[in-house]
Design a protein around this ligand. Structure first.
Ligand code: ADP
Ligand code: MG
Length: 342
């Protein structure tokens, strides 16, 4: 067989294989876009576990009418323009893949209005069309992405979708993780017209702990110490559970790097080591931790879903995490804030 260039829609569908695993992956990508747009209010409307409808509305900066069709094109992004930008990317997105991938496996409508525009503009995409003709719409400032009938044109992938309840519980988990990453953003999650989760933007430390308690349970906050360490340009803050408040599963471990939830061997190792002497064998620690460091010191371009990162100075990060946590756990007293520089 001779070599041929694949049609655009098929290229996007191949990319969708990596980015759109299930409805919850769409929610993650769209909410991250809302974060990048500076939104502080996000409404997530779901029907039938996200297979029938995923609709995300934000009050962010919006998209210029003339950029709407680019937003749906592959490798088109407003977030980076050069290799230098890529090496110190601070936004959640940068690959320019989510919207074209989603629109290649579902029916997508994008409505957006920028500040001071007379009206909003709407484009519809079902993956095949490349020439969009924006229509005026009364939408307020911000963006709504409406995604319907997921995998309607890829029946083989549709078969892998689980029951509505299961898919929605994945969505709920994703929204909780996202909500822990941006306290300044209010969220509303609706499933089949029923309000499931409402979180107001957080204004005080007490409200911060309320949000954590709402997501991780009040027992977590009652059994956690608040920490804040800074050294050599690295900051680690958040809440670590007392060794007496462990779990049999690793289901309450949230680690964010520059606002992005990640899974990383080096990080897990440092945390495990710190808890090593104080935790019973076979038990797992609980934590909500935020590592902040110069974006140039962490490479987020390691995986399409961006849940993996590479630290440029892995040893430094590992040792910083270990000693911050080791110190915290050596001084455990509930309700106390441990702050120090190492
Ligand atoms: P990426 O986030 O990697 O840039 P996406 O396909 O997710 O790629 O989005 C493409 C572009 O569309 C973004 O770069 C951004 O300019 C625009 N965009 C998408 N969603 C929003 C939104 N909610 N608000 C404002 N702009 C958006
Ligand atoms: Mg994106």
């Amino acid at each position: 067989m001779r070599i041929q260039l694949l049609p655009a829609q098929l290229i996007n569908q191949i990319a969708a294989g990596e980015v759109v695993e299930r409805p919850s992956s769409i929610v993650k990508e769209l909410v991250e876009n809302s974060f990048d747009a500076g939104a502080n209010q996000i409404v997530i409307e779901i029907e039938q576990g996200g297979t029938r409808l995923i609709k995300i509305r934000d009050n962010g900066c919006g998209i210029d009418k003339d950029d709407l069709s680019l937003a749906l094109s592959r490798h088109a992004t407003s977030k980076i323009a050069s290799l230098q930008d890529l090496e110190q990317v601070a936004s959640m997105g940068f690959r320019g893949e989510a919207l074209p991938s989603i629109s290649s496996v579902a029916r997508l409508t994008l409505i957006s209005r920028i500040v001071n525009a007379d009206c909003a503009w709407r484009v519809c995409a079902d993956g095949s069309e490349r020439d969009f003709n924006p229509q005026p719409d009364p939408h307020p400032q911000g963006t709504t992405v409406d995604v319907r009938d997921l995998f309607y044109n890829t029946p083989a992938r549709r078969k892998f979708l689980k029951a509505e309840k299961t898919e929605f519980s994945h969505i709920e988990t994703v929204v909780q993780r996202l909500a822990l990453s941006r306290f300044n953003v209010g969220f509303s999650l609706i499933h089949n017209q029923k309000e499931i989760l409402t979180l107001k933007p957080v204004l005080s430390d007490a409200e911060q702990e309320q949000r954590i308690a709402g997501i991780c349970g009040s027992a977590f906050i009652d059994n956690a110490i608040k920490i804040d360490f800074e050294s050599a340009g690295l900051r680690l803050n958040g809440w670590v559970g007392l060794p007496t408040f462990s779990r049999s599963q690793q289901d309450m471990q949230f680690f964010y790097v520059n606002g992005r939830l990640i899974r990383d061997k080096l990080v897990s190792h440092a945390i495990k080591q710190a808890y090593h002497d104080v935790l019973f064998h076979g038990r797992h620690s609980v934590f909500v931790l935020y590592l902040t460091l110069d974006c140039a010191l962490v490479d987020v371009n390691a995986h399409p879903a961006k849940t993996e990162v590479r630290f440029r100075e892995g040893r430094l990060v590992h040792d910083f995490l270990f000693s911050a946590l080791h110190r915290s756990l050596a001084n455990v007293r509930p309700g106390k804030t441990i702050e120090s520089s190492i």
